[in-house]
Design a binder for this molecule. Structure first.
Ligand code: SF4
Ligand code: SF4
Length: 91
């Protein structure tokens, strides 16, 4: 699926699929840069992960809350220091 730039050219967007919660340090950079309210910072314990690996109770991690809002700009990936974001093309 192609999307249109302002100048009328097309591009092939890749949309957010997931955040790798094991690598995420909860820095919030992707949350701040995304203008589409896709992300939500949650407690790591709320993700139903195996907490044995994480001694820091209350540690925060980024989650994808509204993937349908994503416009495929990939800005989130460019600011992430841990390369957490996975993308997919529209079906
Ligand atoms: S690709 Fe763009 S719109 Fe989609 S989640 Fe990342 S920053 Fe937000
Ligand atoms: S920028 Fe990367 S490390 Fe920081 S909160 Fe987002 S996914 Fe996690």
């Amino acid at each position: 699926m192609s999307a249109l730039k302002k100048n009328g050219e097309t591009y092939d967007p890749r949309y957010i699929k997931a955040v790798n919660a094991e690598n995420c340090i909860g820095c919030g950079r992707c949350y701040k840069v995304c203008g589409q309210e896709v992300f939500n910072l949650v407690e790591r314990a709320d993700l139903d992960m195996d907490d044995d690996d994480y001694e820091d109770e209350g540690a925060m991690v980024m989650s994808v809350a509204n993937d349908g809002n994503c416009i495929g700009c990939e800005a989130c990936s460019r600011v992430c220091p841990k390369n957490c974001h996975e993308f997919e093309r529209a079906a």
